[in-house]
Ligand binder design. Structure first.
Ligand code: GAL
Length: 715
C-alpha cells in the first residue's frame, strides 16, 4: 500500500479516535437504527406509538445505508450522550424544529425545547422535532424526549483533518469568529439514545421515509380542507348560529366553526363542560349547525379545573404542580388517559363535535410546570414537557379513530412521531413573513402549520394574509379576540370571498396532495430546496466555480436561504406578497413555469419580478401540470355527494396526474376503500390537446360527476 494512501486512511480515521462508532441495523426499507448506551424507555416514538406505513416505504427506491453511517459516533460522557455526525464542505442542513426565521440550519446552536415561539430560532418552539435532513440526501432522527442540545455545524475537534488553519486576526482579512465546523454535534441529557438514519438518494426521499416510518402524513377529512372561522371567545350558541347564517347569506364558504374558551363553564383551567347559559342545549346546537352544513370544533387546554367532574378522580393521577391552579393529568398513566378520554367522548364526540383545538401544551415556562415537578408515573417534568402535545393529540384522535370518523384540529405543541396526527400547529405570534418561513420549515419535519389570519391594521395586510392562508394546510380566520369576519374590511371583502371560493374550488387538488402526504410521505407544503430543478447547494457550488456570481443572479439567489416562497402540492409555486409590497422577486426553478391565473409563460431557471396588484397572490405552475378544480361550493361535498370537475392543464408538456378519491370522512381508506384516477393530457394527431380520466375501479369510491377540461396555456 502506498504511503500516501496509508496516511490518508489514517487521517480519515483520526476524528474517530476515542469515539465509538455506531452499529446500524436495518429496520425498514431505507431506514436504519443505531443505539448508544442504554436508551430510555420513554421516548418521542414510544408516546406517539406510530407504526411504519410499509407499502409506502416499499414504493421508494432501494437504497444503501448513507455513506456517513460509519463516521457517526456516540459516547456516554458526564452522564449524557454525545453524538457526532460528519458534514461535508458544501452540505446544508434543514429541519430541527419549527423555525420561523431561518431555513438553513448549518452553523446554528439550538436547544430543542417545547415552548411558545419567542422570536428567536434557538430551539424553543412549538414542535422542536429532533430530525434533520441534509442536502446530501439523508435524514437523522434522535428519538429522545429530553431537551436536546444541537450544534448544527458549530465546533470542530482538534484532530479533525478538515480544520481550517489558524489565522492572525491582526493581519489576515480571512479571519472569522465563526471557524469552520465539519460536524453536527448533539448532546442528550440521558445515558443512551436511539438514532434513526433515513436514506435518500434525495433530501425529499429521506423526508418521505421519515414521514412513512412515522405512519405516513396526516389525512384530514375532506371538510377539514374547507374554510374555518373561530368565533369570539364568549359567543353563545345563538351568536354562533347567527354568524354561521351570515356566512351563508353573504356567500362565504364555511366548513367548520371553532368555539373558543367561552363554550366551557370555566376555562383556564378547564372544566370541559358546556356553559349552561351560553350553550343551554349543546346537542341540539351541534345538530342545528350540522344541518347548516357546518361542523363544530372545540378549543380546550388539558389543565383540569377544580370545578370539573373529573378533577377528583384525576387528582392523584396528576403532576405535583398545577397550571393556572388546574391539575395536569399524567397522561403516561392509562387510567388518567381513560378518565379524560371518556369525558370528551361522552360529552363532545357523542353529540357530534368534530374535533379540538388543543391550546397551551407548548409553554411558556411561566405558566407550565417547572422542571422540578414530578408525575406519578415517574416520567420527568422535562420528558412530559417534550411530549404533552403528542399525548393530547393522540388521546383525542383515538376517540375519532375508535368510531371510524376522521377529525382535523389544531394544536400548539407537538414533536417527532406526530406525523400522522391530524392537527395543525398555530400560535399567538403574528408576523406574516415569519409565518411563511414556518410553513416552509414544517415540510422538513413532518408537521403541519397554518399562517392563520387573526387581525390587521388595514385592509391590505388583511387581504395579503388571506391570500397566504388559502394556500396552506388550514384556511382559518381565528377571530377569538376581535370577532372579525372575512368581510370585516369592506373594501377588500369581495377579494377575500373570491379567495375563499378559490380554496373551495381547489379542494380536489388539496385532498389529493394530502393523500400523497399520507400514502407516499410527500409534504404538501414545502421548501424550494426540495424541488427538482431547484439547485441544491452542492450543484450550485459546482456551477459557481465556473460562473461569476455577479453575472448570474439566479445562482446567487438559490445559494441563499429562500424563506418567502414555497411549493404547494405537486405543481404550484406560491410567492406571497406582504403588506406594503408592490412588487417582489420570485425564483423560478429550472423547467418552464406558467402563471396560475392566465396560463402565460412566466420563466425558466431565473428570477422574475412580479407586480401582481393587490388582488392577486403570485402563483406559478409547472409545465404539464394538471390541477383538478371543482365548483365553488359553500361547504365541501358530503360523503357520497358527487361533484363536477374542471381539470386544468398548464404549459406545453403532456400531463399526467393521479387524482385521489375516497369517502372523505372515515378510515376505510386504510382498508383499501379509495381510488386513484389516472388523468392524462396529450396531443392528438392534429396537435390538439386532449384530456383523459380513467374510471374509478369497480366498487371503489367514485364522487366525480361531470368532467370538463381547460387548457390554460394552449387555449
Ligand atoms: C390562546 C390561543 C388563541 C386563542 C386564545 C383564547 O392561547 O393561542 O388562538 O385560542 O388562547 O383564549
Amino acid at each position: 500500500m502506498k504511503k500516501s494512501l496509508i496516511l490518508g486512511l489514517f487521517a480519515s480515521l483520526l476524528p474517530l479516535i476515542g469515539q465509538a462508532q455506531i452499529d446500524w441495523q436495518p429496520i425498514e426499507p431505507g431506514v436504519w437504527k443505531g443505539v448508544v448506551g442504554t436508551p430510555e424507555k420513554y421516548s418521542l416514538l414510544s408516546v406517539a406509538e406510530c407504526s411504519p406505513l410499509k407499502e409506502g416505504l416499499l414504493r421508494l427506491p432501494n437504497a444503501d445505508i448513507p455513506p456517513i453511517s460509519d463516521k457517526i459516533t456516540g459516547n456516554i460522557q458526564d452522564g449524557k450522550t454525545a453524538l457526532c455526525f460528519p458534514l461535508e464542505k458544501e452540505e446544508q442542513i434543514y429541519g430541527f424544529g419549527l423555525n420561523f426565521k431561518t431555513v438553513h440550519q448549518r452553523g446554528r446552536i439550538l436547544e430543542l425545547h417545547v415552548d411558545h415561539y419567542h422570536e428567536r430560532d434557538d430551539g424553543r418552539t412549538h414542535a422542536p422535532v429532533p430530525f434533520y435532513v441534509s442536502s446530501s440526501g439523508y435524514g437523522v432522527l434522535i428519538n429522545s424526549a429530553r431537551y436536546i442540545k444541537v450544534y448544527a455545524g458549530s465546533g470542530i475537534r482538534k484532530d479533525s483533518p478538515n480544520a481550517d488553519i489558524a489565522r492572525d486576526r491582526n493581519t489576515d482579512k480571512k479571519w472569522t469568529a465563526k471557524a469552520y465546523s465539519d460536524a453536527v454535534s448533539i448532546l442528550i441529557p440521558a445515558e443512551g439514545v436511539e438514532i434513526y438514519l433515513f436514506a435518500g438518494p434525495t433530501p425529499m426521499d429521506a423526508i418521505r421515509r421519515y414521514n412513512l416510518f412515522c405512519g405516513g402524513g396526516a389525512m384530514p377529512p375532506r371538510w377539514g380542507l374547507g374554510f374555518t372561522q373561530r368565533t369570539q371567545s364568549l359567543f353563545s350558541a345563538e351568536q354562533v348560529k347567527k354568524e354561521t347564517d351570515e356566512f351563508e347569506r353573504r356567500g362565504y364558504p364555511l366548513d367548520f366553526m371553532g368555539l373558543e374558551p367561552g363554550w366551557q363553564s370555566k376555562a383556564y383551567p378547564c372544566t370541559f363542560e358546556w356553559d349552561k347559559n351560553r350553550y343551554p342545549a349543546p346537542a341540539t346546537f351541534i345538530k342545528e349547525m350540522k344541518d347548516k352544513g357546518v361542523r363544530v370544533n372545540l378549543w380546550t387546554n388539558p389543565y383540569v379545573s377544580p370545578s370539573s367532574s373529573i378533577y377528583k378522580a384525576l387528582y392523584p393521577l396528576s403532576c405535583s404542580h398545577t397550571v393556572w391552579c388546574g391539575i395536569v393529568p399524567d397522561f403516561n398513566n392509562e387510567e388518567a388517559r381513560t378518565i379524560w378520554k371518556d369525558k370528551l367522548e361522552k360529552e363532545h364526540f357523542n353529540i357530534g363535535v368534530s374535533g379540538y383545538k388543543i391550546d397551551e401544551v407548548d409553554g411558556g415556562d411561566r405558566h407550565l410546570w417547572p422542571d422540578v415537578a414530578t408525575f406519578p408515573s415517574g416520567v420527568t417534568a422535562e420528558q412530559m414537557r417534550q411530549t404533552y402535545g403528542l399525548w393530547v393529540q393522540k388521546i383525542s384522535y383515538d376517540i375519532y379513530k375508535k368510531h371510524n370518523q376522521r377529525t382535523y384540529g389544531l394544536v400548539r405543541g407537538s414533536n417527532a412521531g406526530g406525523n400522522s396526527l391530524p392537527y395543525v400547529i398555530y400560535n399567538d405570534y403574528y408576523n406574516h413573513r415569519d409565518f411563511i418561513t414556518a410553513l416552509i420549515n414544517s415540510g422538513f419535519i413532518g408537521i403541519l402549520w397554518t399562517p392563520e389570519v387573526r387581525r390587521s391594521d388595514n385592509s391590505e395586510d388583511w387581504l395579503r394574509r388571506f391570500q397566504s392562508v388559502v394556500f396552506s394546510p388550514m384556511a382559518m380566520l381565528n377571530a377569538w379576540s376581535k370577532g372579525l369576519k372575512p368581510w370585516s374590511f369592506p373594501d377588500v371583502a369581495e377579494q377575500v370571498k373570491e379567495l375563499m371560493l378559490l380554496r373551495m374550488r381547489m379542494i380536489p387538488y388539496w385532498y389529493t396532495e394530502f393523500a400523497r402526504y399520507h400514502f407516499d410521505g410527500i409534504p404538501p407544503f414545502r421548501a424550494m430546496n426540495l424541488e427538482p430543478g431547484f439547485n441544491t447547494e452542492q450543484t450550485i457550488i459546482e456551477e459557481i466555480k465556473v460562473t461569476d456570481l455577479e453575472k448570474n443572479p439566479y445562482l446567487e439567489a438559490v445559494s441563499q436561504e429562500i424563506k418567502d416562497q414555497y411549493m404547494a402540492g405537486e405543481y404550484l409555486l406560491v410567492a406571497p406578497m406582504f403588506y406594503g409590497e408592490k412588487k417582489r422577486k420570485v425564483v423560478l426553478p429550472k423547467g418552464n413555469w406558467y402563471d396560475f391565473y392566465t396560463g402565460d409563460y412566466a420563466g425558466n431557471g431565473e428570477i422574475i419580478t412580479v407586480t401582481p396588484g393587490l388582488d392577486k397572490i403570485p402563483v406559478f405552475v409547472k409545465d404539464g401540470a394538471i390541477i383538478p378544480f371543482m365548483n365553488p361550493m359553500l361547504h365541501t361535498p358530503k360523503s357520497g355527494e358527487k361533484f363536477d370537475l374542471e381539470i386544468r392543464h398548464y404549459g406545453k408538456a403532456d400531463g399526467s396526474y393521479r387524482l385521489y378519491d375516497d369517502d372523505g370522512e372515515t378510515f376505510d381508506y386504510e382498508k383499501g376503500e379509495y381510488s386513484w384516477r389516472e388523468i392524462k393530457v396529450n396531443r392528438d394527431k392534429n396537435g390538439k390537446l386532449k384530456g383523459y380520466i380513467s374510471k374509478a375501479e369497480k366498487g371503489k369510491p367514485d364522487n366525480i360527476g361531470k368532467v370538463t377540461w381547460k387548457f390554460m396555456t394552449l387555449k
